[in-house]
Design a protein around this ligand. Structure first.
Ligand code: ZN
Length: 164
């Protein structure tokens, strides 16, 4: 009688654990296989609009850069800005860390990368290999970025071929 009860309890525990596992698997599966949610997309567009508005206000022009959300970025970086051999400028955001870092991406990363994009556009990126020159900092501030100090361990400007 007791063993039957224990067996039942074990079966229940296993069932509960399994259902959690399945649920977690499902969440990470659906996140990795679907585009980001409408809500997240809206938030990114809203922040981009804010940056573009600041650009118009503080720099006198508006220059829109394609923002590409991808899960192919290796490692934990939030995103980067690229300039290819044909002179195309694009901003890439890391989808893999979006779930945990969406707030940070919205409040810091988009203005940060847009500042890189503008320096690529004007050709002023050449004065500083790493990309975070004083001019970049000023541009970032003018775009309404909140964290525009030099990023010590971030290599988020890519010239030429992408690593993926
Ligand atoms: Zn940067």
């Amino acid at each position: 009688m007791i063993t039957k009860k224990i067996r039942l309890i074990f079966a229940l525990i296993t069932l509960v654990a399994l259902s959690f596992l399945v649920r977690n698997l499902y969440i990470s599966y659906s996140f990795n296989n679907n585009p980001i949610s409408k809500e997240d997309k809206k938030e990114i567009i809203r922040e981009e609009q804010r940056v573009l508005k600041n650009m118009q206000k503080n720099l006198g022009f508006e220059y829109k850069v394609p923002i590409i959300i991808t899960d192919k970025i290796p490692g934990k970086i939030y995103g980067f800005t690229s300039l290819d051999d044909d002179g195309n400028i694009k901003i890439y955001l890391n989808k893999k860390i979006m779930r945990e870092s969406m707030d940070y991406i919205l409040s810091n990363v988009i203005a940060h990368e847009y500042a890189h994009a503008l320096l690529f556009k004007s050709g002023d990126y050449k004065i500083d290999k790493d990309g975070h020159s004083l001019l970049w900092q000023n541009t970032c501030v003018k775009l309404g970025g909140k964290k525009c100090q030099k990023y010590v361990d971030s290599h988020d400007v890519i010239m030429g071929k992408l690593p993926f």
